[in-house]
Design a protein around this ligand. Structure first.
Ligand code: 5GP
Length: 180
C-alpha cells in the first residue's frame, strides 16, 4: 500500500535496486578504463539516498562530497547563475568528477551546476541522474549516466520530496491530489 497522499507507485524498490546496480556497473566500467582519482559529488538534498546506494554499487576507489545550491530565480536563469548554499570541501582541480543528481527536469539546475564546476578545472566531469523527464527539457544538458526516463509527473520518495516530506519512502511514487 502506498503512503497516504501517494496515488501510485511508479518505481518499486526492487526496480530502483536494479537501476542503481546497472548504473554502478556502467560507472565502474568507465572509470576502470580511464583510471585516475574519482570524486563523486551529490547535489543535496534530493540525491542523498541515491548517492548512498550508488557509491556502494561502484567498484572503483572514490571519495565523496556534497553540494547544495539554489537558483537565484527565473530572471537570472539564462545568465547561468546559481547560489551555492553549501560548497564542496576541497579543490576539484585535476580530479575526475562525477556529479550526481536525483532528477533532471527542465535541465536548468543541472546545467548551471555543470558550468559552475567546469570553471573549477576538474580533469573530467561526468554526470549521472537517477531520473530524467525528457519531455520537460528546456536546455540541452549532457547526461552521461541516466537511470530511467519518466513521464511528466511529479514524483517523490527515495530522497525526493514534496514540501520536504516523503523523502523517506523506499519507492518512487506519484502524488495524488490529496498529497499535494
Ligand atoms: P530543473 O532545474 O531540471 O527543472 O529541476 C531540477 C530540480 O527540480 C530537481 O533537482 C528537483 O529538486 C526538482 N524536481 C523536478 N522535478 C521533480 C519531481 O518530479 N519531484 C521532485 N520531488 N522534485 C522535482
Amino acid at each position: 500500500m502506498p503512503e497516504r497522499g501517494v496515488a501510485r507507485i511508479l518505481i518499486p524498490e526492487q526496480e530502483i535496486r536494479m537501476i542503481v546496480e546497472t548504473l554502478g556497473l556502467e560507472i565502474t566500467r568507465h572509470y576502470r578504463k580511464t583510471g585516475g582519482e574519482l570524486l563523486v559529488v551529490g547535489l543535496l538534498k534530493g540525491s542523498f539516498i541515491f548517492m548512498a546506494d550508488l557509491v556502494r554499487a561502484v567498484e572503483y576507489p572514490l571519495t565523496i562530497d556534497f553540494l547544495a545550491v539554489s537558483s537565484y530565480g527565473e530572471a537570472t536563469v539564462s545568465s547561468g547563475k546559481v547560489a551555492v548554499k553549501m560548497d564542496i570541501g576541497g579543490s576539484i582541480e585535476g580530479k575526475n568528477l562525477l556529479l550526481v543528481e536525483d532528477i533532471v527536469d527542465t535541465g536548468h539546475t543541472f546545467q548551471k551546476v555543470i558550468r559552475l564546476l567546469e570553471a573549477r578545472n576538474p580533469l573530467s566531469l561526468k554526470t549521472c541522474t537517477l531520473l530524467s523527464k525528457p519531455s520537460r527539457r528546456e536546455v540541452d544538458v549532457r547526461i552521461d549516466f541516466c537511470g530511467r526516463d519518466i513521464p511528466d509527473e511529479f514524483v517523490c520518495g527515495y530522497g525526493l520530496d514534496y514540501a520536504q516530506k516523503y523523502r523517506n519512502l523506499p519507492y518512487i511514487g506519484i502524488l495524488g491530489t490529496t498529497g499535494a
